[in-house]
Structure formats: structure tokens, C-alpha cells
Design a binder for this molecule. Structure first.
Ligand SMILES: Nc1ncnc2c1ncn2[C@@H]1O[C@H](COP(=O)(O)OP(=O)(O)OP(=O)(O)O)[C@@H](O)[C@H]1O
Ligand SMILES: [Mg+2]
Length: 298
């Protein structure tokens, strides 16, 4: 299995993100989830075979399941060659689009993006645990004393961050909210984020999975708020198993954990270039992404 690292389609490029190649097709976008992987904000030189397909299918799964809570950008996930051919001929393309797009591409409505990452946390983990340990706060909000690593929070916390090209994401301040003119929108984003997260938490729990945290992006289409980008994937969420959950330590996690663990222990100095991943780390990552997809969406 080869990883799809970058696509180059005969379409106008809208944006190349860390993971997705996004093409502009008028009112719509073709969002191609590649097998690129990022960790600590760096795109790694090696890809993870099948990762893009899993992200795309999992997002489509959650978009369909949550559309009653909030509309989203999904028009169609390109799941087979026939769908790809139909899409190509709809655009009047002479040549067929490459087969590697099947399963990893989504036709989505183009939105005016709200440049905020709507993070919600049900458990104390990752950067939130690090901040709590150091200062007793999470995203600058004072928390009860004596919480332990991975502990379930009394109530899910909404901890939005900036989404900026220029700097590392950081907690959104009142100043950011006013600079972005989001005073009226932030409470709406919070309500939508909580509703979708709580729905997904209940669903996942019925499958034996804990969604420790996740993040959403939203945009506007014709004056209507919509969920965009990806939804509840192992790139955007922490997934734990209920049966292995033990408070007071890090949990086995069905996401980028093998990559982060390897990178943190590899002697890497935190600057470009990131060393190539050993094949066993790549394989372990594909396996984890596949496993969580099967548990949740099959
Ligand atoms: N429906 C949509 N309308 C407009 N933009 C969208 C839509 N869905 C996703 N996007 C944007 O497309 C890009 C997807 O690429 P990807 O997720 O790889 O980017 P990223 O590296 O996470 O973030 P970025 O490049 O924005 O810093 C993101 O910038 C996302 O905000
Ligand atoms: Mg993204």
C-alpha cells in the first residue's frame, strides 16, 4: 500500500492544508484527504497509507449522523469509481480523475470559514492536563483542585483557540473575539460544539469508546451556520476505550499517539526537518486509524 502524499488535479487549487488538498469547483469544493500526517504542527515527510480514506469516511459518517443538530458542508463522499466518473463529467473534464481519489474525496459546499478552532474537552488530557498541572487552570479557566490526569471533567469545557497561519494555535482571548467580530457568534458556536460533542459522546459510549476531546470548524453559507472541514476523526479527536480507561495516567489512544510517542522519543530537536517515521510506526498508525473507524462507524 502506497501513501498518497500530494495530489495534483486539473482543477483550481483552493488551498493545500497540512492534510487536505482542497480544489475549487465553483460553489463547491473537492476536499481530498491525503495520507499526510502532522504532529506538533509539522507535516511529517512520510505518509500513513489509508489514513486519508479513513478520515474522509469517518467525517462523512459523522456529518450524516449529526445533520439534524446542525447542517454541514457535505454534498457527497466519492465512494466508488462511478461516483468519481460522474463528478468528472459534471465538471466537463476530458480525462478521468485518478483512482486514488476514491474513498478519500468529498464534494462540499464552499463556506466562509470562521477562523477559530472550537475545541471541547470532556476529560483532562494533552495540553489541558499540562496547563492544569502547571497552573490549576484549563484554557485560563480556574478548575477544581485535585483533578488527575485523564479524569472526566465535571462538565465538558469549551476551549476555543485561534486558527492562524502565522502562529501556533493559542486560547482565544476576548480581544481575539472582538478583533474577529465574533461577539455574537461565539455563544452560538459554543452551543453547536457542545450539542454535537454530547451527541457523539453518547453514541461512542454505546460502542465502548470514550471521546476525550475533539475540535470543530464552522463557516457560513448563505447566512446559515454550518459544520465544515472534518468531524470527529482521529486527527481531530482523542479516542479511548472504556474497558481500558484508568484515571491518573495517559490512556491508550486511537489516534496519532504512536507518532507523537515515537517523535518525542526520537531525539528530534523540535525544528524542521522532521525525521522519517520507521515503517513499524507507520503500520501501527494505519492500524489504529482503521480500528477506531471499524469500532465507531461499521
Ligand atoms: N466547506 C469549507 N469551506 C471553506 N473552507 C473549508 C471548508 N472545509 C474545510 N475548509 C478548510 O480547508 C482546509 C482543509 O485543510 P487541512 O485540514 O489540511 O488544513 P489545516 O492544516 O488543518 O489548516 P490550515 O491550513 O487552515 O491551517 C482548512 O483550512 C479548512 O479550514
Ligand atoms: Mg484541518
Amino acid at each position: 500500500m502506497d501513501a498518497v502524499i500530494e495530489t495534483s488535479l486539473p482543477l483550481a487549487l483552493y488551498q493545500r492544508g497540512k492534510v487536505r488538498d482542497v480544489y475549487d469547483v465553483g460553489d463547491e469544493l473537492l476536499i481530498v484527504s491525503t495520507d499526510r500526517i502532522s504532529a506538533f504542527d509539522f507535516v511529517l515527510p512520510s505518509g500513513v497509507p489509508e489514513k486519508g480514506r479513513i478520515l474522509n469516511r469517518m467525517s462523512a459518517f459523522w456529518f450524516r449522523k449529526t445533520s439534524d443538530l446542525l447542517p454541514n458542508h457535505l454534498v457527497e463522499s466519492i465512494e466508488d469509481t462511478e461516483a468519481l466518473e460522474r463528478f468528472g463529467s459534471r465538471l466537463g473534464l476530458k480525462d478521468p480523475l485518478p483512482d486514488c481519489l476514491v474513498g478519500r474525496s468529498m464534494v462540499a459546499r464552499k463556506a466562509s470559514r470562521i477562523s477559530v478552532e472550537c475545541v471541547v474537552r470532556g476529560y483532562l488530557s494533552g495540553s489541558a492536563w499540562a496547563e492544569y498541572k502547571a497552573r490549576g487552570t484549563v484554557s485560563s479557566q480556574k478548575m477544581p483542585a485535585g483533578l488527575r490526569e485523564s479524569e472526566r471533567l465535571p462538565e465538558p469545557l469549551f476551549t476555543p483557540t485561534t486558527k492562524s497561519e502565522a502562529e501556533h494555535d493559542r486560547p482565544l482571548t476576548q480581544q481575539d473575539v472582538s478583533d474577529l467580530q465574533l461577539e455574537e457568534t461565539m455563544p452560538v458556536l459554543e452551543t453547536a460544539t457542545r450539542a454535537i460533542y454530547e451527541y457523539a459522546v453518547d453514541y461512542a459510549w454505546s460502542r465502548g469508546i470514550i471521546i476525550a476531546d475533539t475540535k470543530f470548524e464552522f463557516g457560513w453559507i448563505d447566512g446559515q451556520l454550518v459544520l465544515i472541514d472534518e468531524a470527529l476523526t482521529p486527527d481531530s479527536s482523542r479516542f479511548w476505550t472504556a474497558k481500558d480507561y484508568v484515571v491518573g495516567k495517559p490512556q491508550p489512544s486511537y489516534d496519532k499517539q504512536p507518532v507523537r510517542d515515537w517523535l518525542a522519543g526520537s531525539g528530534w530537536n523540535g525544528q524542521a526537518p522532521v525525521p522519517p517515521m520507521p515503517p513499524e510506526v507507520v503500520e501501527a498508525t494505519t492500524k489504529r486509524y482503521m480500528t477506531i473507524y471499524q469500532w465507531l462507524a461499521e
